[in-house]
Write a protein that binds this ligand. Structure first.
Ligand SMILES: O=C[C@H](O)COP(=O)(O)O
Length: 253
């Protein structure tokens, strides 16, 4: 039985004060970590403060991106070593917005996944198709290809610690959610790809989230599906009440 994981991706929203206020408001209302993994992926400059506030609670803090090198002359970047040093637990890797606006390649995604794992940070690896690809019947091929490249060269053991987020690009921030059956089918396909590459145990243990216009009104339906182990949530994770409802749904799934 895989534990659900509900991750907030705040993207480039919230000021420092708003972020602190949010985490202060939810930190004692998080469902038990035995039932659900609750994660907030915040803008990088808030991370040390949020990690500090969330210490001794069931809330984990994540980053939204990182470089794959340990250190070096990479102006503006943040390394896995730096994230580990401030005790960040998760990092989103290869979000479609980073692939589209910052030219993040499958090769860079793969390096980042390896770097995160070697620093004890759980990568939430994103994949997903565009509307054109979906309409051309290329969804399975696209996500399989992204997943294969993202996980290339990992061990069977490492793969089990990864989280994959299936996010159809046309569903992100649009209010259009994939139907729970469609999302379930693609997550099932991803699991099959993982099994082909890394065997049964890896496929059974890896957690696969759905992302794309998830909200309190549709999360229960999505989480009721066998292949969907959680959600990566943008817009609906920005309000306290709504995020707590998402966590509740995760805890009861
Ligand atoms: O990382 C989160 C996704 O991009 C989904 O965003 P959204 O919930 O606003 O559609």
């Amino acid at each position: 039985m895989r534990k659900p994981i509900i991750a907030a991706n705040w993207k480039m929203y919230k000021t420092f004060d708003e972020a602190v206020e949010f985490v202060e408001a939810i930190k004692d209302k998080i469902p038990p970590v035995e039932k659900v993994d609750a994660v907030v992926c915040a803008p990088a400059l808030y991370l040390p403060t949020l990690v500090d506030i969330a210490k001794e609670t069931d809330l984990a803090i994540g980053a939204q991106n990182m470089h794959y090198e340990e250190e070096g002359a990479f102006t503006g970047e943040i390394s896995p070593k730096q994230l580990e040093a401030i005790q960040v637990d998760y990092v989103i890797i290869g979000h479609s917005e980073r692939r589209e606006y910052f030219n993040e390649t499958d090769e860079a995604v793969n390096k980042k996944v390896k770097a995160a794992l070697s620093h004890g940070i759980v990568p939430i690896v994103c994949c997903g198709e565009t509307l054109e690809e979906r309409e051309a019947g290329q969804t399975e091929e696209k996500v399989a290809n992204q997943v294969k490249k993202a996980l290339a060269g990992l061990t069977e053991e490492e793969v089990q610690h990864i989280v994959i987020a299936y996010e159809p690009i046309w569903a992100i921030g649009t209010g259009k959610t994939a139907t729970s059956d469609d999302a379930n089918a693609v997550c099932g396909h991803i699991r099959k790809v993982v099994e082909e590459l890394y065997g049964k145990a890896a496929a059974e243990n890896i957690r696969i989230q759905y992302g794309g216009s998830v909200k309190p009104e549709n999360i229960e339906d999505l989480l009721s599906k066998e292949q969907i182990d959680g959600a990566l949530v943008g817009g609906a994770s920005l309000q306290v009440e709504s995020y707590l409802k998402l966590l509740e749904a995760g805890a009861n799934a």
